[in-house]
Write a protein that binds this ligand. Structure first.
Ligand code: PLP
Length: 435
């Protein structure tokens, strides 16, 4: 189905149809797994034109593949973007999203409320590469402006970051950045379908498709979506990576070279330079599995949200729990943002704190029978983890406090099991934890 047709459709329909109708060679309806490394060029003129980006087409699976192409088109359509790049993991998606426009000596301003792995990437690996990430508290959007200087290339945040689960002020921060030529990059991993950050002014979306998009806990993957809604060419000084000759591609100036193909300079550059050189390519098989998952993501998100809301209501009645963390429990600006940005449900994640602290948290996790104890979220199955001793254990005490992880914090990712079975498992584990 064409990009234009799918724009008018609803998420349930986009998830099934965008980017594909049938295999032109065989008529196959399910997207085939094009398990090939390379593609035969028609003739030398064809090969030359592909390499010169005069036309788009398959060259080599490290940089594109027909199965992956459908995944890219489908995620771009779900977000209302113009094009996407699928990569091997969510981590490579966030790294490439920034490295694409920020180089040594530049800086990024990021929300403090981040997945622990992203925090490490920003605070250590990107720092080692000379790229400074300045962390700011997003509860006051003006903190982004305050941390900005002439070398700031992007703002970065997660829509629904755990553990705090406070929705990011997308429109407020995007509006600060746009006149300055600074795009807002949003990791929408925890809120597909529920939130479309591009509609609120974000310019680029990143995903760990490992989570809800794929949904079945079988494939690591990541996606970067180009909103096509950011005027890079209007800010040549702020965004030199797209406006000055790129020696890695025979001096191409991306804004000009890609213009005939549409507003996709940012994502083309990521594909033909970063993916070409760093090579975090998604396998066609994983692209197929992720596509399979995406077919049901709107349905699954609705059920994740419904089950999670029921668990939250139930947990608030339990005496051994001192605090339940979920958008429905928030007040003031956080509550207003949840209502503004999340539509059709408030996500499948929740946290809680046990009165018994770290020991009770560990006893609770060890007593679970139905919930899996894993370092993942967004699976069809219910999952639990104790972040302070696992996903966030590489952070210092100060960093832990900034991300909102306390000793007794337990994170749940609520799955699609029957709600009575979910509550029964939580009930017996809470009983065991307070013994
Ligand atoms: N972003 C968020 C919000 C995540 O939760 C994760 C993984 O947990 C990532 C990015 C990294 O994704 P991946 O594990 O696919 O590399």
């Amino acid at each position: 189905m064409s990009d234009e047709t799918s724009k008018a459709l609803h998420p349930e329909t986009i998830a099934l149809h965008a980017g594909w109708r049938a295999d032109p060679a065989t008529g196959a309806v399910a997207v085939p797994i094009y398990q090939t490394t390379s593609y035969q060029f028609r003739d030398t003129a064809h090969a030359e034109s592909l390499f010169a980006l005069k036309e788009l087409g398959n060259i080599y699976t490290r940089i594109m593949n027909p199965t992956t192409d459908v995944l890219e088109k489908r995620v771009a359509a779900l977000e209302g973007g113009v094009a996407a790049l699928a990569v091997a993991s969510g981590q490579s998606a966030s790294a490439y999203a920034l490295q694409n426009i920020a180089h040594a000596g530049d800086n990024i301003v990021s929300s403090t409320n981040l997945y622990g792995g992203t925090w490490n990437l920003f605070a250590n690996t990107l720092k080692d590469q000379g790229l400074e990430v300045r962390f700011v508290d997003p509860s006051d959007p003006e903190n982004f402006r305050r941390a900005t200087d002439e070398r700031t290339r992007a703002y970065y945040a997660e829509t629904l970051p755990n553990p705090k689960l406070t929705v990011f002020p997308i429109a407020e921060v995007a509006a600060i950045g746009r006149p300055l030529g600074i795009p807002l990059i949003v990791d929408n991993t925890a809120a597909p379908v529920l939130c479309r950050p591009l509609e609120h002014g974000a310019a680029i979306i990143v995903y760990s498709s490992t989570k809800y998009l794929g949904g079945h806990g079988n494939s690591i993957g990541g996606v970067i979506v180009d909103g096509g809604n950011f005027d890079w060419a209007a800010h040549p000084v702020r965004q030199p990576a797209l406006s000055s000759p790129d020696p890695s591609y025979h001096g191409a100036v991306w804004n000009e070279a890609v213009k005939p193909l549409g507003p996709i300079a940012y994502i083309i550059k990521a594909r033909v330079t970063l993916l070409r050189d760093l090579g975090a390519a998604l396998s066609p098989f994983n692209a197929f599995l992720l596509l399979q998952g995406i077919e049901t993501v709107p349905l699954r998100m609705a059920r994740h949200c419904e089950n999670t809301a029921a668990v939250v209501r139930w947990l608030t009645t339990r005496p051994e729990i001192t605090r339940v963390i979920h958008p429905s429990q928030q007040t003031g600006a956080d509550r207003a943002r949840a209502e503004r940005y999340l539509k059709g449900g408030e996500g499948g994640l929740l946290g809680f704190e046990l009165a018994g602290g770290r020991d009770a948290g560990r006893r609770f996790i060890d007593a679970l029978k139905l919930f899996y104890h894993v370092a993942n979220i967004g699976d069809v199955r219910s999952l639990a983890i104790h972040p302070a001793s696992t996903t966030h254990s590489q952070l210092s005490g100060d960093e832990l406090a900034a991300t909102g992880v306390t000793d007794g914090y337990v994170r749940l990712s609520i799955g699609l099991e029957h709600i009575d079975d979910i509550l029964a498992d939580l009930s017996q584990a809470l009983d065991a934890a307070s013994r």
